[in-house]
Design a protein around this ligand. Structure first.
Ligand code: GLC
Length: 433
């Protein structure tokens, strides 16, 4: 068993985590990491706010308020906000053609923000501030229902793997195989200048990503054109679980600030999703999986998304089956939770979302485990996260076999998860047993 960091080491790491957030602060928003991701990212910012909240509540609120300044008129909250130019990233704002001010990407990301705002409000009950965000969060959630679930089946679609936040997951291989890349042309990637190519997606995948950007741009990001014709239209278990939890948190938050209509409509959407998500259960695999809605085909393997179902509070009565999966994986890896099933041939411990561990996903899975009455397992996931960070530093992700850091370094949301959850100095953190 590897040790958790000593108190002294934990203090050092706390200080370093605060320093990373401060260094990545560009004034009102934080970049995920210098170089590789030089703009504001949607779910990164939401999660980073939890880290700021441990030492600067004001700054935590601002992070989310800045993100919502980029909300589109139709309610969508973009996955990237290009507050300033940076030629070191591709695809830049010209590729997206959003025609908004500030320029943004044309797609969204996992809607974790309502959950985080609720947590901020519990820490700092600033009613005016929360009410202002409640209205914006509600518009985003309504957009999800209208734009991504036009038939009202209680499942929202993603239109690009990047909307899942788990970009290179093997779940997307089959749905992407239908995407025509013949008109993509030449382009120059920038990611592989910052990080070793072994840890990044392949060129064939990047071509698909660019073809989808092209489709949306040519459709002028019109909701109906995309719903009818976007070549990638997939119900991700991760995004659906995150949205379901966010709807419940929005309902609670809205009620707390006196927005009863918003609370009621969030409850209605949550109930619809609770029923809808059951379509993602796979009897064969004993777990929730993603579903390609265009081709009516379920993913054939499990991933960390399967366990995010617990975070969404779904699968009551299925917690045993889900935790059995986690127990099986624990036999295969040194550190939980691998982003993809380590028993599968497509598992790769260092390639982007095909195996590595992400601290933010671990936090969500642990929250779900704790809610499902599996506090001991939640604690294992928390400790593994702390050990990874103590061993290798604040990396973007970690090899679940060796614990080595992967992707970018000095990563904001890894620092935030340390401060808000994984650090042994966190109030409420359990003592090593
Ligand atoms: C990668 C991740 C995505 C994250 C972004 C910035 O694209 O897949 O989830 O938001 O990096 O950290």
């Amino acid at each position: 068993m590897m040790n958790t960091p000593s108190a002294e080491r934990a203090d050092e790491l706390d200080a370093r985590a605060r320093e990373i957030l401060t260094q990545n602060d560009r004034g009102g928003y934080t970049v995920p990491t210098k170089g590789l991701y030089p703009f504001q990212w949607n779910w990164d910012s939401a999660l980073v706010a939890l880290g700021f909240a441990t030492f600067d509540t004001e700054r935590a609120w601002t992070e989310i308020e800045t993100l919502f300044k980029a909300q589109w008129d139709d309610g969508m909250v973009p996955h990237i906000v290009f507050w300033q130019d940076d030629a070191g990233y591709f695809p830049g704002h010209d590729q997206w053609g959003s025609e908004t001010s500030p320029p943004t990407s044309g797609i969204t990301q996992p809607p974790v923000a309502a959950t985080i705002v609720r947590a901020l409000f519990e820490r700092d009950p600033d009613v005016a501030r929360a009410a202002n965000l409640v209205e914006k969060l509600a518009r985003w959630h309504v957009w999800f229902a209208r734009a991504r679930d036009p038939q009202g089946r209680g499942l929202v679609a993603i239109t690009h793997p990047w909307e899942s936040g788990r970009d290179n997951l093997p779940d997307w291989d089959a749905p992407l195989s239908y995407v025509d890349t013949s008109r993509v042309g030449d382009y120059q990637r920038r990611d592989t200048q910052h990080v070793h190519a072994d840890q990044r997606p392949l060129k064939a995948e990047y071509d698909k990503y660019m073809a989808l950007v092209q489709f949306g741009r040519e459709a002028k990001w019109d909701i109906d054109t995309i719903a009818q014709g976007n070549p990638f239209w997939v119900a991700d278990i991760g995004v659906n679980a995150i949205l379901l939890r966010a709807e419940r948190d929005l309902a609670a938050l809205a009620a707390a600030v006196g927005e009863t209509d918003i609370a009621e409509s969030a409850r209605v959407r949550a109930a619809r999703m609770e029923a809808g998500i059951e379509a993602l259960w796979s009897e064969e695999l004993n777990g929730y999986v993603s579903l390609d809605l265009r081709h009516d085909a379920k993913a054939t393997t499990l991933s960390a998304g399967t366990l995010l179902a617990l975070y969404g509070g779904v699968g009551a009565g299925r917690a045993e089956q889900l935790t059995a999966t986690l127990a099986r994986w624990a036999e295969r890896v040194t550190y939980l939770v691998p982003s993809y099933d380590p028993e599968e041939s497509r598992f790769d411990p260092i390639r982007y979302w095909r195996g590595p561990v992400w601290a933010v996903v671990n936090w969500m899975i642990a929250s779900g485990l704790a809610d499902a009455g599996k506090g001991d397992l939640a604690e294992v996931v928390r400790r593994d996260t702390g050990r990874l960070i103590a061993k290798s530093g604040f990396y973007e992700s970690f090899d679940p076999l060796t614990g080595a850091g992967c992707g970018g370094g000095d990563f904001s949301w890894t620092a935030a998860m340390w401060l808000a959850w994984a650090s042994p100095n966190m109030p409420g953190a359990h003592e090593e047993g």
